[in-house]
Design a protein around this ligand. Structure first.
Ligand SMILES: [Zn+2]
Length: 329
């Protein structure tokens, strides 16, 4: 009797296991594109940002995001050997210890061979002394970057200007809401989106420096002197062609407060989603969502995901949430 019960229990467990594994495998197979998110060290709260990035990218329904975690600062980096070639796109939420030479080379080979890269916010603080990385990201900041790393890039009088005057690379003023202005509107990432939109409170990087070669400046924001800015239209979204590879760089999305308001901004979310698809495939098939912000009003996704189909009631609820937020500031 006891034996029979044990046997029945074992069979039941096996059946459940098989069912679980089958469902799991089928789900993974149904997702067409694989994304690798590199994190594990950062001068920001990467523990906070990386699950949010995963949520945002997977909310497109197009990607499965795997996390490639480096050892902690000062750890044995020789164990960090992710297989970039298995992925359509590599998302960088990392600044920290030097990667092993073999990993560096594998990363460059991956991008030159046609791989996609997304550079997110402080990832452009990384590796100031790795020239190929600076070429790949276009512009970077901090890490004692100077004129030796390349020019400043601004938008002046309707065109991209490279300013070679000496000075440090990388700064930002006080966090604030600011308007993002698209400078190329027929790129797959920006096509169909409102050309100006209000971004939620964020750091606005200024005076980034880098080679800025093969760069398409998709969007800028006015860095106002009143908030400690540069008095220039600063790059916030841009792409770099590196070998056969495509790099999408967003300087937006500072992760400080939990939840980080800049990462709740629909403008940040949607440009990141579209930039990731473009980096992975060279095209963008995602529709323009109804909640994309315009120039006058910030729009948020509190949980970083697109809401269910809208009803008039939900619209009212969103208005309320937005009012509450304004009152808090
Ligand atoms: Zn930041």
């Amino acid at each position: 009797m006891k034996y029979n019960m044990l046997r029945a229990t074992l069979i039941l467990i096996t059946v459940f296991l098989i069912l679980f594994m089958t469902t799991h495998v089928v789900r993974a197979d149904a997702l067409p594109l694989k994304a690798m998110l590199v994190t594990g060290q950062n001068n920001h709260n990467w523990q906070l940002s990386h699950p949010i990035l995963k949520t945002i990218i997977e909310d497109t329904g197009m990607f499965q995001v795997d996390i490639a975690l480096t050892p902690p600062e000062g750890g044995d980096m020789s164990t960090f050997t992710p297989v970039f070639a298995d992925y359509s796109v590599v998302i960088l939420d990392y600044t920290g210890d030097r990667w092993p030479d073999t990993t560096r080379q594998a990363f460059l080979d991956y991008v030159r061979g046609g791989g996609g890269v997304v550079v997110y916010h402080a990832a452009d603080n990384a590796f100031p002394d790795w020239p190929e990385f600076n070429e790949l990201i276009g512009l970077g900041g901090w890490g004692n970057r100077t004129e030796k790393h390349g020019p400043y890039v601004f938008w002046r009088d309707g065109e991209l200007v490279r300013d070679t005057r000496p000075g440090p690379g990388g700064a930002h003023g006080k966090q604030h809401q600011f308007v993002v202005k698209h400078r190329v509107i027929d790129h797959p990432v920006t096509r169909g989106l409102p050309e100006t939109w209000l971004h939620e409170k964020d750091e606005l990087y200024h005076h980034l420096r880098g080679p800025a070669e093969n760069m398409t400046l998709l969007a800028t924001a006015w860095s106002a002197p009143e908030t400690g800015g540069s008095g220039e239209h600063e790059p916030v979204l841009f792409t770099i062609a590196y070998g056969e590879g495509r790099v999408f760089h967003t300087v937006l999305g500072h992760a400080g407060d939990d939840p980080p308001p800049a990462m709740q901004c629909v403008g940040f979310i949607v440009t990141l989603q579209r930039g990731t698809e473009w980096a992975a495939t060279g095209t963008v098939t995602q529709p323009v969502p109804e909640d994309f912000p315009m120039a006058e009003q910030v729009r948020l996704r509190p949980h970083f995901k697109q809401s269910e189909p809208k009803t008039p009631l939900e619209g009212q609820a969103r208005g309320c949430a937005s009012n509450k937020r304004s009152a808090r500031e």
